[in-house]
Design a protein around this ligand. Structure first.
Ligand code: CA
Length: 242
């Protein structure tokens, strides 16, 4: 099975389309190309991993239902060498809860059938997200924020708990950086979506809770007696006062 590389130099970004139905894969790649992206197709999980290593894509559109190596396993393996955005594509919306529970590190989820316009909008939204958080308040140049034994280096994008480095996905770090940069502010889920995703992001605000749950798990924070991230009932999240 041949796979096509389309797009032009200087494209808005590189998208790897992982989908085992060749017609759907080609259609999605064509839409991405028309939207200005360089697009490449992988029809299997193994092919996806090989191409991702070579291409260093900005976004991977990853079908959950792949024969052999499935989307969950591909996502796990991608996360061992890239922090590209991963949009997981699922056939049923109830699968989303199941896969997020597995903490595979996808940044967003989209359910089939999707309109090509919606898919392009999602890709544009993730690529518009800032790669670095907004400068820390006061702009003192000191980019570290400390909350007990949690240290968040906003500029260096590094996180330590009890002096040990913690590996976060880009989305998890962006949420933590947003909260840590303004630790007295209670952020609503909508505001977190606006700041970390995009003001035009359309979808379930529940996705914020999913990422915060992963973040807490990685930081070793217990939502019942939080040391770092507090749930503000009916609103969203705020850092626990240092
Ligand atoms: Ca499939």
């Amino acid at each position: 099975m041949s796979t096509a590389t389309t797009g032009r130099p200087g494209a808005a970004g590189t998208v790897l389309v992982v989908e085992d139905e060749p017609d759907l894969a080609r259609m999605v790649a064509t839409y991405m190309t028309h939207a200005g992206y360089r697009a490449e197709v992988a029809l299997t999980g193994r092919d996806a991993l090989e191409r991702a290593r070579r291409l260093d894509p900005d976004v991977v559109l990853l079908d959950l239902g792949l024969p052999g190596l499935d989307g969950v396993e591909v996502c796990r393996q991608l996360r061992t060498f890239t922090d590209c955005y991963v949009l997981m594509v699922t056939a049923r919306s109830d699968e989303i809860d199941k896969i997020v529970g597995l903490s595979v590190g996808a940044d967003d989820y989209i359910t089939k059938p999707f309109s090509p316009r919606e898919l392009v909008a999602r890709v544009q939204a993730v690529l518009r997200r800032p790669r670095r958080p907004a400068p820390a308040e006061g702009g003192s140049g000191d980019s570290e924020r400390t909350f007990g034994d949690l240290v968040v280096d906003l500029d260096g994008r590094r996180v330590r708990v009890d002096s040990r480095p913690v590996e976060l996905t880009r989305t998890e770090f962006d949420i933590l950086a947003l909260l840590a940069a303004s630790p007295t502010v209670a952020f609503s889920r909508r505001r977190i979506l606006d700041e970390v995703w995009d003001p035009g992001w359309i979808g379930d605000e529940h996705v914020v809770d999913v990422h915060v749950a992963h973040l807490r798990a990685k930081l070793g924070d217990d939502p019942g007696t939080p040391r770092y991230i507090d749930t503000v009932r009916g609103v969203g999240y705020r850092m626990v006062r240092p």
